[in-house]
Design a protein. Structure first.
Length: 176
């Protein structure tokens, strides 16, 4: 017996729909990852560790705990805006902005000669992974994913929006 609902629902999307699907999948993945990392930061800062009471290596006016909570609040704000804001372009720019902010922070750590590992996920990482260098590389790859994917999706968004000149050229071509 043939499943009719499967053949009816599976269709090849039109060219513009591919871009929408790719962008929607990226924004969903970004929101999910940011939600998880924010929750890991919040849970990690509840640990009774002297590490969290030390001054943050780059922003010395904050403790590491305060920096982690600020980063978690920022990530949660971005997640809410990704889920609630209507403009896809705005949501992609938000992800790119946050990625740029985190990248600048990491470059700042490198510039001051910080030799430790980024406390990006708090102490929770120790519960799951013993290789902190590998975790750092994974977070750097995650930043690269956010950066490249958001730029790619912004390019797709721009291509899908027709400029007034292209719309006018299309209507003139249709009349001929």
């Amino acid at each position: 017996m043939r499943c009719a609902f499967i053949t009816r629902n599976i269709t090849t999307p039109k060219p513009g729909q591919w871009a929408q699907r790719i962008t929607a999948a990226f924004l969903f993945s970004a929101a999910t990852i940011l939600l998880v990392t924010a929750l890991l930061k919040i849970v990690g800062t509840t640990q009774a560790s002297a590490f969290f009471n030390d001054r943050a290596p780059l922003l010395e006016f904050l403790t590491t705990r305060e920096l982690m909570l600020v980063a978690a609040a920022l990530e949660l704000t971005i997640v809410v805006l990704i889920l609630l804001h209507r403009s896809t372009t705005f949501r992609l720019w938000l992800v790119l902005w946050l990625t740029t902010l985190f990248t600048i922070f990491r470059l700042g750590l490198w510039a001051i000669g910080f030799k430790g590992y980024c406390p990006c996920l708090g102490g929770v990482v120790k519960w799951f992974l013993s290789n902190r260098a590998g975790t750092d590389r994974g977070l750097e790859l995650l930043l690269a994913y956010f950066g490249f994917a958001s730029v790619y999706c912004l390019i797709l968004e721009k291509r899908n929006r027709k400029s007034p000149r292209r719309q006018a050229a299309g209507s003139i071509a249709e009349e001929c």
